[in-house]
Design a protein around this ligand. Structure first.
Ligand code: HEC
Ligand code: HEC
Length: 284
């Protein structure tokens, strides 16, 4: 074979593999979302008594959320037929993740961030389901959650034909990713037990855990928020939990999942944060 042909062949192979890496399979897309942007494991991963993730127990649940309004437990979402979601159909699993309704018709309560997960597109939901089904089944019976507050009868009308915004519109696609990453679930103040979405992004929620207490910060632009931050500083905080001044940020933000967000998606997330309405910090 001549050198010229070799070069041409090499170029073709490079072009092909670049194309393939862009067009992910549903399984790869599902892995990317579950283990990255959507950070399902931040709540559903099995943890030891110190709160450290036990990797070989996968998404078998058990983490508890103890608040005055509820004592909730993250369920086992591995395909174990008896203690997980093994007996659920794809449609049932999709309805649970995106609409908060279990196969028996019961409503899924907080802190499962259904209000935000409702935005997931049909294609991304299908990919998430493919990935969850591909996980090894782990047997782990998790207690039932108890709610002292009434749960909503529904999170909204049934969903179908949900499309993601075009990636070329970084602000809109970033907002889609921010919903998937349920950033505003933590970075929005609560009024009477409900998120005050008119002040989305202005922070002010407190979280208690083995780490002590943390207070979510203001992600809106403006002097009270991220206006003085460079893109690289925001990216470092989201991926590694290091604040602008170099101090270590506390849980429960899903740094260990968000570190897997790819460069293009990170740019969109930041573009979308920068497009928020500037608001004063909701905490003190
Ligand atoms: C902030 C924590 C949190 C995050 C993030 C989260 N979940 Fe949940 N999820 C929960 C809790 C808590 C429940 C149970 C609520 C209840 O008991 O009503 C739940 C319930 C579920 C259920 C119903 C299971 C059952 O047996 O009832 C499924 C399925 C599920 N989540 C899948 C997911 C997937 C997939 C993701 C990521 C796209 C995700 N969750 C992200 C906390 C979370
Ligand atoms: C489960 C709750 C939770 C989620 C989800 C969450 N955060 Fe946070 N975030 C926090 C808390 C709490 C802090 C402050 C931690 C501290 O002060 O130690 C924080 C800090 C930050 C900081 C650093 C701000 C500063 O002033 O130091 C940035 C930037 C940030 N979050 C962005 C995001 C983005 C973007 C997302 C979604 C991709 C997100 N967060 C999702 C709870 C959360």
């Amino acid at each position: 074979m001549s050198a010229l042909k070799m070069a041409a062949l090499g170029a073709a192979v490079v072009g092909l593999s670049a194309g393939l890496s862009f067009a992910q399979s549903p399984l790869e897309r599902g892995r990317y979302l579950v283990d990255g942007m959507a950070a399902c494991g931040n709540c559903h991963a099995a943890r030891d008594p110190k709160g450290q993730v036990i990797p070989d127990r996968g998404l078998s649940g058990g983490m508890d959320f103890d608040t005055p309004a509820f004592k909730a437990y993250a369920p086992n979402i591995t395909p174990d037929p008896d203690t997980g979601i093994g007996k659920w159909t794809d449609a049932q699993l999709g309805k649970a993740i995106r609409e908060g309704v279990r196969p028996d018709g019961s409503i899924i309560g907080p802190p499962m961030p259904i209000e935000f997960l409702r935005e997931i597109s049909d294609a991304d939901l299908a990919a998430i389901i493919v990935y969850l089904r591909a996980q090894p089944p782990v047997r782990n019976a998790v207690p039932k959650s108890a709610y002292m507050i009434p749960l909503p009868p529904t999170y909204g009308p049934p969903l179908a034909n949900v499309q993601a915004p075009a990636r070329t519109d970084a602000v809109k696609y970033g907002a889609y990713l921010i919903a998937m990453g349920h950033c505003m679930d933590c970075h929005t103040p609560m009024v009477k037990g409900r998120l005050d979405l008119a002040r989305a992004g202005s922070g002010g929620r407190t979280f208690d855990g083995p780490f002590g207490q943390s207070l979510s910060r203001n992600l809106t632009p403006g002097s009270a928020g991220l206006s003085n931050w460079s893109d690289a500083e925001i990216e470092r905080a989201v991926r590694t939990g290091v604040s602008r001044d170099g101090s270590r940020l506390k849980p429960p933000m899903a740094y260990d999942w968000y570190k897997n967000i790819n460069a293009e998606d990170m740019r969109s997330v930041i573009a979308s944060l920068r497009a928020l309405k500037p608001l004063p910090f909701a905490g003190q």
